[in-house]
Unconditional design. Structure first.
Length: 295
């Protein structure tokens, strides 16, 4: 194997040329870098073969890493060696047949109605930050938009009169249009009206930060986690709003195909995951409605 550092740098150039998202490029690059660090720590040559990768994944799991994390690292290495073969750096792919770790079937964390209301209440106020955060919470909880998609919104992507928001480039470079209801539309309108008086009002980016800058991915996470703390919600992560939107859609009787379109999924595995996670709760609600014990 030639110098992994140089090859990794070339691979990242290739990924950028394919218009992979910065988050995807980081995840792939981190997989290779973590393998290199593991090899150095264990005084091994960073040779990518099935035995080494299996030992790397096993050590990750033994060290307490989540199966999803170990699977992500494994996928990164598989994609990397496949690219090396495509580029002629390797004659054959040494990881063909290497299996990723199985994922546990976990309960997907969602916010219940009371927690969601508490999160909205935590954003109440008349400042730009208050209006912004309420709009963010309502938009994400209703549409299930990814944090990266929300951060990338521009003012021109929001049509308040039609109640529509355009996602220009979602995961995999796919765009879509999502509908927002009256409450989220009102929250967006209240934020945008206050935004017009800001010194950065002419900025194309939708969300303004707290220090005279636009809001980035990490700023969104920090803002929402602060609101969750104020609402008394423990172990909150902004992605929970996407989980919550999917769960509420299915619980309300929304179609799985409609949820796939709104959430921007192209494969059934994700919708199946949410359907399984909410099946027990929906079955309990259905049983209460049927009330078959009433004789």
């Amino acid at each position: 194997m030639t110098d992994l550092d140089q090859l990794l740098a070339s691979w990242e150039i290739h990924l950028r040329a394919e218009r992979k998202s910065p988050a995807t490029i980081k995840v792939y690059g981190d997989g290779v870098r973590r393998f290199q660090a593991w090899a150095a720590l264990n005084h091994r040559d960073p040779v990518l073969d099935r035995a080494a990768v299996a030992a790397f994944v096993a050590d990750l799991l033994d060290g307490g890493a989540e199966p999803a994390t170990a699977r992500s690292r494994h996928l990164a290495l598989r994609r990397f060696t496949a690219w090396l073969v495509e580029e002629g750096e390797l004659a054959t792919d040494p990881l063909v047949g290497s299996r990723p770790p199985k994922l546990d079937t976990k309960i997907i964390p969602v916010l219940d109605d009371e927690q969601l209301k508490a999160l909205v209440r935590a954003c109440q106020g008349a400042t730009l930050r208050d209006r912004r955060d309420e709009a963010l919470v309502r938009l994400m909880a209703e549409t299930g938009m990814r944090a990266g998609e929300v951060v990338a919104l521009r003012v021109g992507d929001v049509d308040l009169h039609k109640g529509l928001v355009v996602v220009r480039r979602g995961k995999g470079g796919r765009g879509r249009t999502v509908s927002v209801g009256p409450q989220a539309t009102r929250a967006l309108d209240r934020y945008l009206r206050l935004r017009r008086a800001h010194r950065l009002a002419d900025t194309a980016e939708m969300w303004l930060g707290d220090r005279g800058k636009t809001l980035n991915y990490y700023g969104l996470h920090a803002a929402l986690r602060t609101r969750a703390t104020q609402a008394g919600i423990e172990r909150f992560h902004p992605h929970m709003l996407r989980h919550t939107a999917a769960s509420r859609w299915l619980a309300a009787g929304g179609s799985e195909g409609g949820l796939m379109a709104v959430a921007g999924w192209t494969r059934r595995d994700m919708i199946d995951r949410y359907a399984r996670a909410t099946a027990a709760e929906r079955a309990a609600d259905e049983a209460r409605r049927l009330n078959l014990g009433e004789l």
